[in-house]
Ligand binder design. Structure first.
Ligand code: DGY
Length: 328
């Protein structure tokens, strides 16, 4: 019988990363990549000392009910709204995430979605693929909105928000932001960003980007009322989490051309997408891929593995969330 600690890898990962884990651990892997049912996740967690999971695995009291030997669940994601952290702390299970390593790739992608929505890139591609190039007017269609020398409004000014702000400066944009906590003067200076309240941001920005973590307070932070404050020429980008935008209200607003366009990487109830959004040409849709470059996904897995190895070696994981467990 193996004396190696047992771990779970809840979704498919790079084969070489898996092989390296198998040198130190008895690994239950899921290279078939089918999301575990709630019952199966509980059964799997009951048998392991550590687990590597993604946002698709909800770690709560129910999932932990039989997990008597579990010491750590390492999220391969910076956002951790799939964790019920108080329940994990009560169960004595360390929770970790993957900050920093995905900041630049995610900020790049936020910018890419903003550009695609404003300049109608995917919509134009459909014209070509549908053999309609010759039906497009040279002057009138498709006309987009500029990014350069416009106002960029960022809601949520953590690491990724600041990364987007810095990219905006390169485009000559006037950057405004709203955040629960105002940045220090030196951080504001580094981003060239001015703090405003949410309503002012929505009224003044030509392009609004959402980068706030999901919580009960940020649920439907942007709904019909907020969209009504925006310019009819504005774009809205959500690379944060589904549920921060009221997707039904957004679809209505896009249909009625209350705003110009949107770019979405995340959705309420994903992988489902609101059916009305799927019908619209003025929204660019991506399947939650903001951090998906090979370099970054490898860095996220490496950091999650470092967290897991540390916890199972009795050391403090580098990105421990429930730090109170360490002080105990
Ligand atoms: C994150 O890390 O939070 C990204 O959304 C990928 O899940």
């Amino acid at each position: 019988m193996s004396t190696k600690p047992r771990i779970l890898v809840a979704r498919a990962i790079f084969p070489d990363a898996l092989a390296s884990l198998e040198e130190s651990f008895e690994v239950k892997s899921n290279q078939a990549d089918e999301v575990f049912s709630t019952d199966n996740l509980r059964k799997e967690l009951a048998q392991v000392a550590g687990a590597l999971v993604f946002g698709s695995e909800r770690i709560d009291q129910n999932a932990l009910a039989d997990a008597k030997n579990l010491k750590i669940v390492a999220n391969i994601s910076v956002g951790y709204n799939n964790f019920d952290v108080p329940a994990m702390t009560t169960a004595g299970v360390m929770a970790t995430n993957t900050p920093d390593v995905l900041t630049d790739s995610t900020a790049d992608f936020g910018f890419a979605l903003m550009m695609a929505a404003a300049r109608r890139i995917t919509e134009s591609e459909h014209w070509i693929r549908n053999g309609q190039w010759d039906k497009m007017s040279i002057v009138y269609n498709p006309l987009g909105m500029d990014l350069h020398h416009t106002t960029l409004g960022i809601i949520g000014m953590g690491r990724i928000g600041q990364g987007i702000a810095k990219r905006g400066l390169g485009f000559g944009m006037n950057v405004i932001y709203h955040n629960r906590k105002r940045l220090s003067e030196s951080d504001e200076k580094a981003c060239g960003a001015r703090y405003v309240d949410k309503e002012t941001l929505l009224r003044e920005a030509d392009h609004v980007v959402l980068v706030v973590p999901y919580s009960a307070e940020s649920h439907h932070l942007i709904g019909a009322k907020e969209i009504a404050l925006m310019k009819s020429t504005a774009t809205l980008v959500n690379i944060a989490r589904g549920g921060i935008v009221d997707d039904a209200a957004l679809a209505e607003a896009l249909k009625a051309k209350k705003i110009f366009a949107a770019g979405l990487d995340v959705y309420e109830g994903e992988p489902k997408v609101h059916p009305e959004l799927l019908k619209l040409s003025n929204v660019v849709l991506a399947p939650h891929i903001a951090s998906a470059t090979e370099k970054t996904r490898r860095a996220m897995i490496n950091l999650a593995v470092r967290n897991l190895r540390a916890a199972l070696a009795g050391e403090k994981p580098p990105s421990l969330i429930n730090t109170e467990l360490w002080k105990k």
